[in-house]
Design a protein around this ligand. Structure first.
Ligand SMILES: Nc1ncnc2c1ncn2[C@@H]1O[C@H](COP(=O)(O)OP(=O)(O)O)[C@@H](O)[C@H]1O
Ligand SMILES: [Mg+2]
Length: 289
């Protein structure tokens, strides 16, 4: 009896000593991190954010995997004009059949950046998942099989603009959600519904899921943009990232020419995303301070 108390006490002190010896930069214990970029509203900057936040993190020296989980495959197009013969769609089909993969669905982009592409077949898979067993866990199982937590610091998943089984799969596999909200009329449309969805997943499927924050995107100097910012600050003071993303035509050019913003000469959005990446990394560092 006495001895077990002593052992428990010792355990406790060892933990305290471990925490006291950690320095601010020792954030490694909290990574790797799987982040869903979600908003069921289209055009809010999910794909631009997945690509450029992912790229910015890779430039910070992080090992990053970005995943296209939207059948519209905009992120895949942004990354490459190559035909991909084994995408996340085929991986899910194999998973549903219990069959093995002919190759990994992970492709290399640059030294610190890999990606998993998708194609239109993903929308048919959403239908198949409706009747599949343990359908919420398919993506999570695939990521475990691919050992992404062992290989990457950040895994960022670009979601489709819908509340469906595909989104549930992403939220079940993720550690956190980042919500890009566009500076426009209707910016708040569906936002509460999305939070309800996230809460449902947190309660039933993935207790570890949290909301990292809201990124204010495509921001200009109009009255409406200022009003939406004020309301975001008022409604979600804890969630709003300090760094926002300006509205600039270079975003479209970057996508059309398949060049990450950071590689475009004089890009202003590249620094927006670089600052956001720093804020995200610091946010995690702050958790253990
Ligand atoms: N910061 C920005 N400034 C201007 N246009 C942007 C910006 N971010 C994205 N866009 C453009 O807005 C459209 C929607 O962006 P996208 O990232 O595809 O949104 P989503 O993935 O949420 O549908 C695209 O044409 C994209 O090029
Ligand atoms: Mg998109």
């Amino acid at each position: 009896m006495h001895f077990s108390h002593f052992a428990r006490g010792l355990h406790f002190y060892l933990l305290i000593i471990l925490f006291l010896t950690l320095k601010k930069n020792d954030v490694i214990i909290l990574t790797p991190k799987i982040i869903a970029i979600a908003n069921q509203k289209g055009g809010t900057g999910k794909t631009a954010t997945t690509m450029n936040l992912g790229y910015a993190l890779s430039e910070e020296g992080k090992k990053v995997l970005v995943i296209d989980f939207d059948p519209q495959h905009n992120l895949t197009n942004y990354l490459s004009d190559e035909e991909h013969d084994f995408t996340i769609s085929e991986a899910i089909s194999k998973e549903l059949m219990g069959a093995s993969y002919p190759r990994s669905p992970i492709y290399n982009y640059e030294e610190n950046l890999d990606y998993i592409p998708t194609n239109l077949n993903l929308s048919a898979i959403d239908m198949q998942l409706i009747t599949a067993n343990a359908r919420e866990y398919i993506l999570s199982d695939i990521l475990t099989k691919l050992e992404v937590r062992e290989h990457y610091d950040y895994v960022i998943i670009d979601c489709m603009p819908a509340l469906n089984t595909l989104l549930i799969n992403v939220l079940t596999a993720a550690d956190s959600v980042i919500i890009p909200v566009e500076a426009s009329y209707g910016a708040f449309e569906g936002l509460e519904q999305l939070f309800t969805y996230v809460n449902m997943v947190t309660q039933r499927l993935n207790r570890g899921l949290t909301v990292d924050g809201i990124i204010y995107t495509k921001v200009n100097n109009t009255k409406i943009a200022n009003e939406v910012r004020e309301r975001l600050k008022e409604y979600y003071p804890q969630l709003l990232f300090d760094n926002e993303i300006k509205e600039l035509t270079e975003a479209r050019k970057s996508y059309a020419e398949r060049i990450p913003l950071s590689k475009m000469q004089g890009s202003r959005l590249a620094s927006d995303y670089a600052n956001l990446a720093k804020e995200l990394v610091e946010q995690e560092g702050a958790l253990i301070e």
